[in-house]
Design a protein around this ligand. Structure first.
Ligand SMILES: Cc1ncc(COP(=O)(O)O)c(C=O)c1O
Length: 428
């Protein structure tokens, strides 16, 4: 039977029974999605540039993905322990093929945080070392292992001590606040070397975990020289480089993988979010030898690599390839960036526009000199844009960055439409 409750009624029902820990402030309730649009209970249409926090990378109800899900649901939903399934085996092979050599062996899970946990365990077991280094402003998940690496917001960590021991944080190169890309990269590499000399010797570090472009921390891209420098440091000390590609991977940055911006290959790659266009699926990929040394039974999962999610993921990869969506992300990203830079020139409250491909952050500050974060204006712009029919999301430690994560198959027309709405929201 059709539920005819209105948006305010659904919102109050949700508020009453869904955990307030999520902190959802929006006054909207959606009943359907089609392409790049979401529709609320009153059938009001919104251009969805939130994408379920970077998950519905092909939009809602993509016909190829939907058909693949239907086929798999009708055939086989779950096994485990009894054997392999066709879609999961094929996806492991396709994912390996989509990564540079020698990354060819996949461990599937469900969420991003699970593969970060897996990476921590693998790195410690395989190297026999305790240390894990992450970067300030990084986000790697919220479970008890991954949250020890996360430092994008003090609230994600407060009250959970003691955290996982032997986790260290180094500064991330912030070009906007550290004198430009090259200077930021130089300073951050020097600080990393200093940490590995004076706080924990490099020979005691199992892994360095990083995002090629920080997501929750404020859409801050790592300069190419920094990616190369981290690779060099890992090689010097026999440290495994874990690339957290959960938000910045899969075509998002105008290349299939964020780490490609440095022309380097990590030891461990973590993928989740958009991989199955909204179904829960994640993957950790390494060279075979590392997972052989991890050892049989050293880790496991009940639902990881579910055949339905895997079928969806195969359709996502096929669509990304077939429709040239990595190139589309680069081209549309350049258009979006040019449009946002034009708006920035007319608005002194926009301190910075940055990011690779279709992963662009717009940082709001009180003024160019102080660069003091302006969270209040950010919230007002977000609310106004939503009122005008464009859904966007904030990020950054101070919630003063608006992140642009449109679907990878976004069109020029939609970019133009979104920029027009954003301009109105800025002026309101
Ligand atoms: C870079 C990065 N790593 C890890 C995670 C954790 O993923 P999940 O929320 O699926 O556990 C996220 C989620 O936002 C992320 O952006």
């Amino acid at each position: 039977m059709l539920d005819t409750r209105t948006t305010p009624e659904f919102v109050s029902l949700a508020r009453e029974h869904i955990s307030p820990v999520l902190g959802l402030k929006a006054e909207r309730a959606f009943v359907r999605g089609a392409g790049h649009r979401l529709y609320d209970t009153d059938d009001r249409e919104y251009l969805d540039f939130v994408c379920g926090i970077a998950c519905t990378i092909l939009g809602h109800g993509h016909p190829t993905v939907t058909a693949a899900i239907h086929r798999q649901v009708d055939t086989l939903v779950h096994i485990n322990g009894a054997g392999y399934t066709e879609s999961t085996a094929r996806l492991a092979a396709e994912l390996s093929a989509a990564l540079p050599d020698p990354l060819d062996t996949v461990f599937f899970s469900n969420a991003g945080t699970e593969v970060i946990e897996a990476a921590i365990k693998l790195a410690r077991r395989v190297t026999g070392r305790p240390g894990i280094v992450a970067f300030r402003g990084g986000f790697h998940g919220r479970t008890m292992g991954s949250v020890a690496l996360t430092s994008s917001n003090p609230n994600y960590r407060a009250g959970y001590e003691p955290m996982l021991p032997s986790v260290y944080h180094a500064p991330f190169p912030d070009a906007y606040r550290m004198g430009g890309e090259e200077e930021a990269s130089r300073q951050a590499l020097a600080a990393l070397r200093d940490l590995l000399t004076n706080e924990i010797p490099g020979r005691s570090v199992a892994a360095i975990v990083m995002e090629a472009e920080q997501g929750e921390g404020g859409y801050r891209p790592a300069p190419a020289s920094f990616l190369r420098g981290v690779r060099e440091i890992c090689d010097e000390h026999g440290i495994l480089w874990v690339a957290d590609e959960i938000q910045c991977g899969y075509g998002r940055t105008g290349k299939m993988w964020g780490f490609e911006h440095g022309g380097v290959v990590p030891d461990v790659v973590c993928v989740a979010k958009g991989i199955a266009n909204g179904l829960p699926l994640s993957a950790l990929i390494t060279r075979r030898e590392l997972q052989e040394r991890w050892g049989v039974g050293a880790h496991g999962t009940t639902f990881g690599g579910n055949p339905v999610a895997a079928a969806a993921a195969l359709a996502v990869l096929e669509t990304i390839r077939g429709e040239g969506l990595v190139a589309n992300a680069a081209a549309r990203g350049a258009e979006l960036r040019a449009g946002l830079e034009r708006l920035q020139r007319a608005d002194p409250g926009i301190g910075d526009v940055r990011g690779y491909g279709l992963m662009i952050g717009v940082e709001f500050v009180a003024d160019a000199a102080s660069k003091a974060p302006d969270e209040a204006r950010t919230s007002r712009v977000l609310a106004k844009a939503a009122e005008l029919g464009l859904l966007l999301l904030a990020c950054g430690t101070d919630h003063n960055v608006i992140r642009w994560i449109p679907p990878l198959n976004v069109t020029s027309e939609e970019i133009g439409e979104a920029l027009r709405i954003f301009e109105q929201a800025l002026q309101a």
